[in-house]
Design a protein around this ligand. Structure first.
Ligand SMILES: C[S@@+](CC[C@H](N)C(=O)[O-])C[C@H]1O[C@@H](n2cnc3c(N)ncnc32)[C@H](O)[C@@H]1O
Length: 376
């Protein structure tokens, strides 16, 4: 059997990339993570029991990186230089410096990586940093595939298109070389299953994203506590293990008993630990039911901002991206959930402010927000 991939996680934050790696079932070990932010590193350490290297990635040298003998690099560099709301300074923004700097180290390494996976906001693909990145990657012998994908395309009711670049160092090659050197808005698996080849001249854009709604699971499957109108037993949704984010638990529709599905990859520690973990979590969530009151949206906010709120229902199949200001502001920071017994799917007509007050709007809890966004 081939040795597990040795992986470096740059800009590790709270570990979203590492969770994705685990969910994808890749045989690999994150040999080091790097982040400058101590709070993010606290959370990462809590999640994975390993504290990332704390420092500026810009100061790393080829010798430093060679020591890890890594096969793959995961990178999610700061997105502020490219966001639509920002100044869009691209490579002139100091926050962009470290990214190009580490790519430039590759030709100076004795053991350069074979695989790269990079994530950023939509807008990166038209930036000068993108141009520089592609130039460096070609120069050091990588072939690339680029995508703009949203969780909606993977059945998750969360609208959050993001840019992804996959790169393999020659002589490695991609399974579908027809997708090389172009930006696609659809995953290759979907292309192939529909027998569409990108070289046929099909152009994909986000206009087609609507169609994915029908495949999505409803938001109710991601709620920590089912809302009171739900005819199914409480916690009928699926929960994911906090430890590996892979094991799941469903609840028997008749008895309400938890049914564990331990699907942690073989090389993970005892899967029972994960299952126990989920049950503990869920028991905890049951006890927390009352605590959901603290997520109620104040009537004063509804009166003031009601018209600008993005309201979703347990049967909705999409919600908006949550931002850092969620809870503090209601306008444009993420969706709010209607928990009233009367309406559980979006009404045909826009509701008046007076009716919005009857929807018993609440914010999504932190765990609900993580379980949608970290499926990405
Ligand atoms: C877009 S976030 C990454 C999010 C991450 N993928 C996650 O799941 O949380 C960018 C991260 O890069 C870190 N960062 C930004 N500039 C850095 C630098 N020069 N050196 C090290 N870390 C940096 C930030 O602290 C932040 O946690």
């Amino acid at each position: 059997m081939e040795e597990p991939l040795r992986i470096l996680e740059f800009y590790s934050g709270i570990g979203g990339m590492r969770y994705s790696l685990m969910r994808a079932g890749i045989r690999g070990e994150v040999v080091e993570a790097f982040d400058i932010n101590d709070k993010a590193n606290d959370v990462y350490e809590h999640n994975f029991g390993h504290r990332p290297f704390q420092g500026n990635i810009q100061t790393l040298t080829a010798i430093d990186l060679d020591k890890y003998g890594a096969h793959a690099w995961l990178l999610s560099p700061p997105c502020q230089p490219y966001t639509r709301q920002g100044l869009q300074k691209g490579s002139a923004d100091v926050r962009a410096f470290s990214f190009i700097k580490i790519l430039e180290l590759i030709p100076h390494m004795l053991h350069p990586p074979l695989l790269l996976f990079m994530e950023n906001v939509v807008g990166f693909e038209t930036s000068n940093t993108h141009k520089q990145m592609i130039e460096v990657l070609i120069r050091v012998g990588f072939v690339t595939q680029e995508y703009i994908l949203s969780p909606l395309q993977f059945k998750v009711p969360y609208s959050r298109p993001r840019y992804f670049c996959l790169a393999k160092r020659k002589p490695l090659s991609f399974q579908h070389p027809s997708c090389n050197n172009q930006l696609l808005w659809i995953p290759p698996s979907h292309l192939m299953s529909r027998n569409i080849m990108p070289k046929d001249g099909h152009h994909f854009s986000d206009e087609g994203q609507e169609e994915f709604d029908i495949f999505c699971e409803p938001i109710r499957n991601y709620l920590e506590t089912q809302t009171s109108y739900n005819p199914q037993p409480e916690y009928a949704g699926v929960s994911f293990c906090v430890k590996c984010n892979v094991c799941t638990v469903n609840f028997d529709k008749n008895t309400g008993d938890p049914v564990i599905n331990s699907s942690a990859p073989e090389d993970m520690e005892n899967t029972n630990i994960h299952s126990d973990n989920i049950v503990e979590e869920v028991e905890g969530a049951k006890e927390d039911k009352i605590a959901l009151d603290k997520y109620t949206v104040p009537i004063s906010s509804i009166e003031r901002w009601g018209n600008a709120m993005d309201i979703v229902y347990p049967d909705s199949k999409r919600c908006c991206c949550f931002t850092k200001s969620y809870y503090r502001y209601v306008k444009g920071t993420g969706s709010l959930l209607a928990t009233s017994e009367i309406i559980n799917s979006k009404p045909a007509k826009k509701l008046e402010i007076s009716s919005l007050k009857d929807l018993h709007l609440r914010f999504f809890t932190p765990r609900e927000r993580i379980s949608t966004s970290h499926h990405t």
